[in-house]
Write a protein that binds this ligand. Structure first.
Ligand SMILES: NC(=O)C1=CN([C@@H]2O[C@H](COP(=O)(O)OP(=O)(O)OC[C@H]3O[C@@H](n4cnc5c(N)ncnc54)[C@H](O)[C@@H]3O)[C@@H](O)[C@H]2O)C=CC1
Ligand SMILES: O=C(O)[C@@H]1CCC=N1
Length: 275
């Protein structure tokens, strides 16, 4: 089986590296291309055997499964370029949330799924959201999710919940890192602890907390309760957080959803304009 990657920017590269490191694909099974070809060539230098394509058509012609890893604004252009080479036996995997599966199915005969990866997949962790199109048979869904299991926990979501699921799973690492950054900055400013030491402590804490919330059997609420010794110190800090963060995540979600609606509209226009 050959896997093709159109776009080797941030997420395309992360997926390729994660698939290789996890053993899901060996470099010889991968063909990749990018508008700035140097980015794909760098991957080939790191992973000998990985084939660099000069054109997107070449990627499609040589692949069984194609990962489309460009931004939504580039989708229509890429699809117009490759559509004659896409067959009903191809698997086409889109990794972007605002391009709806129905639009892709209207213009391409392939079996189509949308998967939303996360930077956490780089360390073979976190979720990959799976939204399968109508042509994906039960065995196709299982096959694709088996591949994704090498790098993540595949989780099926409804397309209606793509944005909020992606906020939690894919934007989440950046949101959490922003929270941790603020904690570290305050620690340094208030106490004089070194940035390095504060960062190490916060990072180890984050890893451990992630384990407690996944394999450790804790819910977020149970975890707060367990750490907050009655009459103790944690409760003093949580009191401030509860007060100051009230409503913050509602604002975050409203902002991501507003941008998402804008992107969906632009993507829809690109698909309906010049058919
Ligand atoms: N970065 C992240 O954590 C996540 C990103 N995504 C989605 O992945 C998609 C790509 O995002 P990034 O990789 O972060 O963006 P990026 O800008 O780093 O990568 C996109 C790549 O596509 C290439 N490209 C553009 N037009 C092309 C064309 N016609 N042919 C071939 N290559 C072309 C660009 O040169 C660039 O390297 C976005 O839709 C984003 O929403 C999804 C989940 C997480
Ligand atoms: O910022 C973005 O648009 C992408 C979507 C999910 C994570 N990064």
């Amino acid at each position: 089986m050959k896997a093709g990657f159109i776009g080797t920017g941030s997420m395309g590269s992360i997926l390729i590296e994660a698939f290789i490191h996890s053993g899901a694909f060996n470099p010889e099974q991968i063909i990749a291309g990018n508008r700035t070809i140097r980015k794909a060539q760098l991957l080939a230098e790191t992973y000998p055997g990985l084939q660099v394509a000069e054109t997107n058509r070449e990627i499609v012609q040589q692949s069984d499964i194609i990962f489309l890893c460009v931004k939504p604004s580039e989708y229509k252009k890429v699809i117009d370029e490759i559509k004659e080479d896409v067959h009903s036996s191809h698997f086409l995997i889109s990794i972007t949330s605002p391009v709806l599966i129905k639009h892709l199915e209207e213009v391409l005969p392939a079996k189509i799924s949308k998967i939303i990866p996360s930077i956490t997949n780089y360390v073979l962790s976190g979720a990959t959201l799976c939204i399968h199109g109508n042509r994906m048979q039960p065995e196709d869904k299982e096959w694709l999710e088996n591949i994704l299991t090498h790098i993540s926990t595949p989780i099926r979501v409804s397309e209606n919940y793509t944005r909020i699921s992606s906020d939690l799973s894919s934007c989440g690492p950046a949101f959490l890192a922003s929270f941790i950054q603020a904690f570290i900055d305050a620690a340094v400013e208030e106490t004089g602890i070194s940035v390095e030491e504060a960062t190490l402590l916060a990072s180890e804490m984050t890893l451990g907390t992630g384990k407690l919330l996944t394999t450790g059997g804790f819910t977020p609420a149970a975890l707060q309760k367990r750490v907050s010794v009655p009459g103790g110190i944690t409760a003093e800090g949580l009191r401030i957080l509860d007060k100051e963060l009230a409503g913050v995540f509602s604002q975050v979600i409203c902002a991501t959803h507003a941008k998402y609606e804008e992107d969906i509209e632009k993507a829809e226009q690109s698909f309906t304009l010049k058919q």
